[in-house]
Design a protein around this ligand. Structure first.
Ligand code: NI
Length: 181
């Protein structure tokens, strides 16, 4: 196990379209996922995509604490390999996001409220899941990383972009936005 260095915005690896994973069950991918889990735990985020640790591969992990999950229960550490996202409605929601590659900042970003996620598990099993709310937001954010997209590129209103310490100090009512993400 190892804690990996996280690429920060400005590193070109974050702008690449990542390569599909041919076989999720190789020892290299298993090791990579373990190291990413340890790195996410250490950094204290909710999600981490492979390009963020300088591996241009289509996989990410996420883990959502009960306090931020819709159902009020923890969403345990989940690995998603070769994800495909399909919006399930036109509904767009604004919500706060941060990114381990953009430390200290957060912003309100428009995302689809309801999506379908297709992908492979860490054991290579195909799965399909319908997601809503914050989990759908996290999955859209992480999938964007695999396409060279960082959350500022999705923003529709730069007034809602700021340092954690400042934006958390004030209560920003988020706009109800209907623009496409
Ligand atoms: Ni991110």
């Amino acid at each position: 196990m190892a804690i990996l260095k996280i690429a920060r915005m400005g590193h070109p690896v974050l702008l690449l379209r990542a390569e599909p994973v041919a076989d999720p069950t190789t020892p290299e991918i298993t090791q990579l996922l373990e190291n990413m889990a340890e790195t996410l735990e250490d950094a204290g985020g909710v999600g981490l995509a492979a390009p963020q640790i300088h591996e241009s591969l289509r996989l990410f992990i996420y883990k959502i604490p009960a306090s931020r999950a819709e159902g009020g229960a923890d969403i345990p550490l989940t690995a998603v390999i070769n994800p495909e996202i399909t919006p399930l409605s036109d509904e767009i929601t604004m919500g706060w996001e941060g990114c381990l590659s953009i430390p200290g900042l957060r912003a309100a970003v428009p995302r689809y409220e309801h999506i379908r996620l297709n992908g492979l598990t860490a054991t290579g099993t195909p799965f399909e899941k319908n997601l809503s709310g914050f989990e759908a937001r996290v999955v859209q954010h992480e999938t964007d990383h695999l396409n060279g997209i960082l959350y500022p590129m999705r923003m529709s209103d730069f007034r809602y972009f700021g340092f954690n310490e400042e934006t958390l100090r004030y209560d920003f009512p988020l706009p109800k936005i209907k623009a496409a993400p």
